[in-house]
Design a protein around this ligand. Structure first.
Ligand SMILES: Nc1ncnc2c1ncn2[C@@H]1O[C@H](COP(=O)(O)OP(=O)(O)OP(=O)(O)O)[C@@H](O)[C@H]1O
Length: 258
C-alpha cells in the first residue's frame, strides 16, 4: 500500500528550482533512500513533506490526504516525524527533558489551571511522561545519559537523541536526514542496525537521506536519486549501483558495489 505519494512536486526559491517536477511513491513498511550530490534538493523534499515550506506546485499525499502546504504541527498530527541534518535539540536542557517536550505535544492530559495548581493528577501525569521518556531513551540506548545536558553528548549520541524525540511523536512515517553524518563506518553500521530495529518495533515506514552509501545500500528497499532538483533514477540498491547516470553524477565511476 502506498503511504506517501509525491506528485509533480516543484519548489522554487527565487531563481533556484530546488525541487523540480519530482514524483515518487513510498510503500508502507519500506525504507526508501533519497540520495544525490550536495544541493540536489533532498532536504528541500523533507522540508516540503513536513510543512517547513509550501510547494510552488505539485502535491504531497499522505495516507490519501493532501498535506502539501499544511502547518508543521498539523503534519505531525497526521503521523509524520523527522530528524534534522543540523541537529535541533534544546541544547541547555537535559536529554530527558528533550524527549519530555516531544511527548508533551502528544500526551497533555491536564488543563493549564490544574497545571499551575500542580494537582496530584498533574504530578501523576508528569511521572508517567518521565517514565515514557526514559523508555524512548532506552530504545536508542541513552537511558543512562538522561540527566546530562543535551549538548554534553557527543555528536553521534545527539543524533540518536533526535531519533528518540521523533519516535516520541508516535509517527507512522519517519524522515531521517543524514542520521549517520559525522560517524565512522563502524558507528554508522551500528546506527543502521538501530534504524532497522525501530522500524520493525514501531511498524514504521522510513525515508532516509544519507551520504554514507554503506548505510543506504544496507538498509534501503528502494532508492530515489536526485540531481539538480530532479529525479535522476529510482530503483533497488542493486539497480542504483549499476545505473551509469548515477555512477556519473554521484557515486563515481569507480564505485564498488557493496
Ligand atoms: N530556504 C532556501 N532559500 C533559498 N535557497 C534554498 C533554500 N533551501 C534550499 N535552497 C537551495 O535549494 C537547493 C537544494 O538544497 P537542499 O538543501 O535541498 O539540497 P540537499 O540535496 O539537501 O543538499 P545537501 O546534501 O548538501 O544537504 C540548493 O541550491 C540550496 O541552496
Amino acid at each position: 500500500m502506498t503511504v506517501l505519494e509525491i506528485r509533480n512536486l516543484t519548489k522554487r526559491f527565487g531563481g533556484i528550482v530546488a525541487c523540480s517536477d519530482l514524483s515518487f511513491q513510498v510503500v508502507q513498511g519500506e525504507i526508501m533512500g533519497v540520495i544525490g550530490p550536495n544541493g540536489a534538493g533532498k532536504t528541500t523534499v523533507f522540508n516540503l513533506i513536513t510543512g517547513v515550506y509550501g510547494p510552488t506546485s505539485g502535491q504531497i499525499i499522505f495516507r490519501g490526504q493532501e498535506i502539501g502546504g499544511k502547518r508543521p504541527d498539523t503534519i505531525v498530527e497526521t503521523g509524520i516525524a523527522r530528524t534534522f541534518q543540523n541537529i535541533r535539540l534544546f541544547k541547555n536542557l537535559s536529554v530527558l527533558e528533550n524527549v519530555i517536550i516531544a511527548l508533551d505535544q502528544k500526551h497533555v492530559e491536564y488543563s493549564l489551571p490544574r497545571a499551575l495548581l500542580r494537582t496530584p493528577a498533574v504530578s501523576r501525569s508528569e511521572e508517567k511522561l518521565r517514565k515514557l521518556a526514559l523508555d524512548y531513551l532506552g530504545i536508542v540506548g541513552l537511558e543512562d545519559k538522561a540527566y546530562q545536558r543535551a549538548d554534553s553528548l557527543p555528536y553521534g549520541l545527539q543524533r540518536k537523541l533526535e531519533i528518540s524525540r521523533a519516535l516520541a511523536l508516535e509517527p507512522t512515517l519517519l524522515l531521517l536526514d543524514e542520521p549517520a553524518a559525522g560517524m565512522n563506518p563502524e558507528e554508522s553500521l551500528e546506527l543502521a542496525g538501530l534504524i532497522r530495529e525501530i522500524k520493525n518495533r514501531f511498524s514504521l515506514t522510513i525515508l532516509l537521506i544519507e551520504h554514507h552509501m554503506d548505510v543506504v545500500m544496507e538498509l534501503c528497499n528502494r532508492i530515489v536519486v536526485m540531481n539538480f532538483g530532479e529525479k535522476l533514477a529510482e530503483g533497488t540498491p542493486e539497480e542504483i549501483q549499476e545505473n551509469p547516470l548515477v555512477l556519473k553524477a554521484y557515486l563515481g565511476e569507480g564505485y564498488k558495489r557493496a
